[in-house]
Write a new protein. Structure first.
Lengths: 215, 215
DNA sequence: ATATTTTTTTAGTCTAGTCTAAAACAATTT
DNA sequence: AAATTGTTTTAGACTAGACTAAAAAAATAT
């Protein structure tokens, strides 16, 4: 499988995780910052290889085979991110682009050894689940901070947005995975939140709250 | 720089290490298992980027810029090999092909952090020197076992051939980097060697002897 | 039901990197 | 010095993956 094919599969996988319905050509094009015509070409190729179910004009979905292939790429991505943070001391906002490269290294043996070396982690540095060697994923129940009620207390276990900008903002506010977060007040006017992070009280916007997962 | 450009640079670098004279199109083609016409195309491209000195029909050599670029690829290759053996417990005959992939990961920061993580090693699992971040190489004096005289004793510090077959043969004979080797007898008829590896006496062919570096 | 807009596909072009076959050049032999 | 052989380059073709522009199909508005 080529670099490019792998990227398309991964994109379709991520889009399927949020939509149920078949994935449109345009949705893929937008996410990959490419043109719809390029997507059509690739979908034909992936369909030929039985990695996707594709009917002209009707969108696309992954086959079982495609799903597994996509999961293995996600597995690699998240294990490499974990390696970079845990072993090489990268910060969580630096690792995504590197993992975009490393996820294409072809070797089952390597990734399984890396998995063992890291102690078989179930989540990556952003709180996202790492599929195991057979593709199984342990889902933890979590909800967005923005959907929690006043006075609830929880632990930050993940981020929805994994952009460097957002992660750096969290660093600045000293919000990390594992931080205890309590909702002190919800401001109805602008939907902002007054929260306590461990011992410190801060105000965050709705946009921030809707990108933090709490358990 | 593309994957392919990097591979050409690396090949020219390795050929220059053994030849002094300019490198021929055919030599490159043979080493890369490609066609001479493909090599010519790439040499033009590399010359355009001032990575090689190339004059039609007269062979090619690396510029300073090309040399440094090549060294950085070799650095990555050998650091990744070291990582695979030291940290992930791969054996020395399995790592080359994986390093061929990993050497193309683009990130100075990553490779420097990996270097630190490994304790800034100066040699890879095959005894080959690892260039440092600025391209410097610590050369250790070593000679081929085949060029040593009778009764000399030394330590095996490297292998010339790094093929899996050869390395597995060495494993079978319990010859490893660090093994003490003494030449007991040189058989003039077939140029074979009677040697002592640590405490064990064995016979090896000239071909084996001419692929082992001793200090 | 028809017209308009949006989405998707097709057709054709481009680049990087490869190849084969032919031409040009260099080295070697006679 | 000429002929032969070997090496290198050029010319032209191919593939993967991207693109633009046009055509086709689907969705939406009138
Ligand atoms: Mn990521
Ligand atoms: Mn992640
Ligand atoms: Mn190697
Ligand atoms: Mn090596």
């Amino acid at each position: 499988m080529t670099f490019s094919e792998e990227n398309y599969l991964k994109t379709i996988y991520h889009l399927m995780a949020v939509s149920d319905a078949d994935i449109s050509t345009n949705a893929i094009a937008e996410k990959m910052e490419t043109k719809a015509s390029s997507v059509t070409d690739m979908l034909k190729k992936l369909a030929e290889k039985e990695l996707v179910n594709y009917i002209k004009y009707q969108g696309v979905s992954l086959t079982e085979k495609g799903q597994l292939a996509a999961k293995m790429i996600v597995r690699k991505h998240r294990l490499w991110e974990t390696f970079l943070v845990e072993k090489l001391d990268f910060s969580w906002d630096e690792v995504h682009d590197l993992a975009e490269q490393l996820e294409h290294i072809k070797s089952e043996k390597l990734i399984n050894k890396l998995d063992d070396f890291l102690g078989n982690p179930t989540e990556d540095p952003h709180g996202d689940a790492i599929p195991d060697a057979s593709g199984r994923i342990i889902k933890i129940e979590k909800q967005l901070l923005s959907e929690m009620e006043k006075n609830r207390v929880g632990i930050c276990v993940g981020v929805k947005d994994t952009s460097s900008d957002f992660l750096k903002y969290l660093d600045k506010q000293e919000i990390a995975l594992g931080s205890q977060i309590e909702i002190i007040e919800k401001e109805s006017f602008d939907s902002s939140f007054r929260i306590r992070v461990e011992t410190k009280e801060i105000t965050i916007s709705h946009k921030i709250a809707s990108n933090l997962y709490i358990k």
